[in-house]
Ligand binder design. Sequence first.
Ligand code: 3HC
Length: 285
Amino acid sequence: MAIKNVGVIGCGLMGGGIVQVSAQAGFQVLFVEANDELVKRGLAKLRETLEGLVAKGKLDAKAKDDALARMAGTTRLDDLKSCDLVVEAMTENQALKNETFAKLDRICPPHAILATNTSSCNVTAMAAATRRPGQVLGLHFFNPVPLMKLVEVVRTILTDEATVKAATDWVSAVGKTPVQAKDSTAFIVNRLLVPYLLDAIRVYEGGLATLEDIDAAMKLGCGYPMGPFTLLDLVGLDTTMYVAEVMFEEFREPRYAPPPLLKRMVMAGQLGRKTGKGFYTYAAR
Ligand code: 3HC
């Protein structure tokens, strides 16, 4: 089955990135947002990003125009009726995702693959909400999507081999490197990354060193591109706490429990770059 038309649900940080890389790779992409204002904002942001790349000489003007011509937005899930692949990138809410998958199953053509970009929800539950569980899987992209090379291809015990193959080929076609993982909470990257980020908060809370020194130590001592607090601010403290809570709920291991400081910063609305303040303070854009 050749994938030509791609649907993306959500055009936020992750969804917008998925729209961008798919359109740049030559796929026709239609994204769904909750209202007209968000559709307009999503398209404007994508245009601004691509124009920025042209200004930097990283993309030619024709490639930008072609990519923009291949993307469109809508507020109606029903408009995904011609998609060969839909990637859901909504907020992390299991009930909402299950309900959306049941709707997609009724709307999309019988051959369509339904994928989720979830980092912590249960993919099997989404598959079980459809009448095509063999054609449901996870395609987990990383933030920032256009720059991060990896996609975790997540199979449930119900996913067909042909679905895994078609989705893996599509991941390669959008320029990413696929790795395969089972549908087990947090998959590969977050299973290892989240306890590391939580430990960084614990050692900081314990007074071991300053934020800046912990970040510098992990960057320069381990060759990581960012220290843990810079990364926490990039990922979002709310997202990290949510993933940690789901992991703690699933595995009941103390190392996945969100530390008190993380909880309090989330309560205080200090969520990282997106709110202008997290562990560090960011100038308003
Ligand atoms: N499309 C294409 N190119 C883009 C772009 C876009 N939307 N936005 C920026 N770029 C280009 C820039 O033009 C820039 O090019 P230039 O250097 O030639 O000007 C280039 O990409 C790099 O930009 P930066 O200078 O910002 O990049 P850095 O070298 O500082 O690297 C980084 C940034 C890739 C984010 C790097 O710091 C990194 O890898 N950090 C770690 C990120 C990480 O770990 N992410 C995973 C988070 S976990 C997650 O997502 C899971 C979730 O489930 C929680």
